[in-house]
Write a protein of this length. Structure first.
Length: 165
């Protein structure tokens, strides 16, 4: 297994879309239950690349098996804040790749001027919560019954990390 974490480029867009769709269809970890249209995915990724926002993929050879991005907030008062979203295909979880992905994304976030990174996670995603805590994210609150999964309404935990002094 030849794994590499690299900045996303246009050649990775289809692979990113496929891996996002695969993880979303697990219906346990992401806010979507399927991937996005190829046009939307292409527009989103090329926009992130053009604006130099943190976006990395994990490659197994030429295959995208995971990713992380930090999407900056839209409002001027929150220009220093970004939302982190990440995913790894099932066979690649639990190998330390998540830690490495977050670390490279946070380093890039600092370089691009972000000072705070936020995320939301389901309470049943204990492995992800442990990972986020390990790299410095702190719990900031709970959005009660903010999502509906197959088993019913579930909470969303809000976590964040401050990248400043």
């Amino acid at each position: 297994m030849e794994l590499a974490i690299v900045p996303i480029v246009e050649e990775h867009i289809d692979g990113f879309g496929h891996s996002l769709d695969t993880i979303a269809r697990e219906r346990r970890w992401l806010g979507a239950f399927e991937g996005f249209t190829p046009d939307f995915t292409h527009e989103f990724v090329t926009g992130m690349i053009e604006k130099n926002h943190p976006f990395f993929v994990v490659l197994d050879g030429e295959t995208v098996v995971g990713w992380v991005f930090i999407h900056p907030a839209r409002l001027p008062v929150s220009a220093h804040v970004g939302d982190l979203v990440m995913g790894l295909l099932k066979d690649y979880r639990g190998q330390g790749l998540g830690t490495k992905l977050i670390q490279v994304a946070i380093e890039k976030a600092k370089i691009t001027g972000l000072m705070r990174v936020e995320l939301q996670v389901f309470p049943h995603n204990t492995a992800a919560i442990a990972l986020y805590e390990k790299v410095g994210f702190r719990h900031e609150g709970t959005r009660a019954k903010a999502a509906k999964l197959d088993e019913g309404y579930v909470d969303m935990l809000m976590m964040a990390i401050w990248l400043g002094d």
